[in-house]
Design a protein around this ligand. Structure first.
Ligand SMILES: Cc1cc2nc3c(=O)[nH]c(=O)nc-3n(C[C@H](O)[C@H](O)[C@H](O)COP(=O)(O)O)c2cc1C
Length: 308
């Protein structure tokens, strides 16, 4: 019998589905695949207005997501050999639809099942992955692999292109700026993971899978990202609380604080970034050995609560 795989995912623009299609593209004849998209009851806007975009931050950070539709009952009740779970970070946490699914009763499908997470994002995914690891553990899943695809342009370029993509809906290159999101060539080359996954499924040995995925470049990570996420998540938590004091999602009473958050974030990123880069470089030097241990941990699939 062919191995049975469930590809379970949320995507707003379709990018993550493209990535997942590439990840399984080489093995679609050798395995039986079901697809289950996660769908919010009310879809998020796309393109976003700046207010809508930043207004999504507090509930994303506090894990108070909008509700999602159930996935089909027959899928929830099937015992899969492997679940490939695709998601994206929003504000350093799993996107709201992802969190909503992970908090739902449909996570029954994960029970005693090996899971590979596939992340498609700009470039900050560590804290989100820690949260997903925690939810998967609670659901009784066994995380056996992680594949991360990021936009490999510099931080500032990828920020400019993600802003153009989110607020104008334009992913394609324009002017001096390249296309937004994960590079097409990286999406295509994600097909290199398929034979690795299949080999392990065939041998019924998923324990060593992540080691082999790492050997073909499933996760790229440096100490700079750890420092950046540590600082970022602390600030986001404070701002989330501050904004929510004025009301829930879309409440006009909180619009002033949401826009203040947006403006300060953009100032921090675009104007203060030389200062924060210098601070981060000093932290990387001073805490080098602890950060190298962090990098080794975040590349792996084990979960230690509270690492970030
Ligand atoms: C509201 C919002 C917040 C985001 N925050 C992050 C983030 O914290 N880190 C990151 O690397 N990418 C972030 N992104 C980019 C997404 O992770 C993702 O790459 C992009 O939205 C495309 O994914 P899709 O498959 O859902 O279309 C964010 C996107 C949105 C819409």
């Amino acid at each position: 019998m062919k191995p049975r795989i469930l590809v379970l995912y949320y995507t707003q623009t379709g990018q993550l589905r493209q990535i997942l299609d590439s990840v399984v593209s080489g093995i679609t004849d050798q395995v039986d695949i079901d697809y289950a998209p996660i769908q919010p009851v009310t879809p998020f806007p796309f393109p976003w207005t700046a207010l809508q975009f930043f207004d999504a931050m507090p509930e994303t950070v506090e894990h108070l997501p909008v509700p999602v539709k159930h996935i089909p009952e027959n899928i929830v009740n099937t015992k899969y050999d492997l679940i490939i779970f695709g998601y994206q970070p929003w504000f350093l946490n799993p996107s709201q639809p992802t969190t909503a699914f992970l908090q739902s009763a449909d996570t029954k499908v994960f029970k005693d099942t090996p899971v590979i997470t596939v992340v498609g994002c700009r470039n900050m995914w560590l804290h989100a992955q820690e949260k997903v690891k925690g939810y998967l553990q609670d659901a009784g899943a066994r995380l056996v692999g992680n594949i991360v695809l990021t936009d490999t342009n510099t931080n500032l370029i990828s920020l400019l292109t993600v802003i153009r993509w989110s607020f104008k809906g334009q992913k394609a290159a324009s002017g001096m700026l390249p296309a937004a999101g994960v590079q097409d060539v990286d999406i295509q080359q994600a097909n290199r993971f398929a034979p690795v996954i299949y080999k392990h499924l065939q041998q019924d040995n998923l324990i060593d899978l992540h080691r082999d995925l790492l050997s073909v470049g499933a996760v790229q990570l440096n100490t700079g990202l750890v420092v950046l996420e540590q600082t970022g998540i602390r600030n986001f938590r404070k701002w989330a609380k501050f904004i929510r004091e004025k009301g829930g999602p879309g409440d006009p009473n909180r619009a002033g604080r949401v826009l203040l958050f947006k403006n300060l974030l953009l100032v921090a990123i675009f104007i203060l970034s030389p200062i924060s880069s210098l601070k981060a470089a000093i932290t990387r030097l001073v805490k080098r050995s602890a950060l190298l241990k962090d990098v080794a941990y975040f590349k792996e699939v084990q979960y230690e609560k509270g690492r970030l």
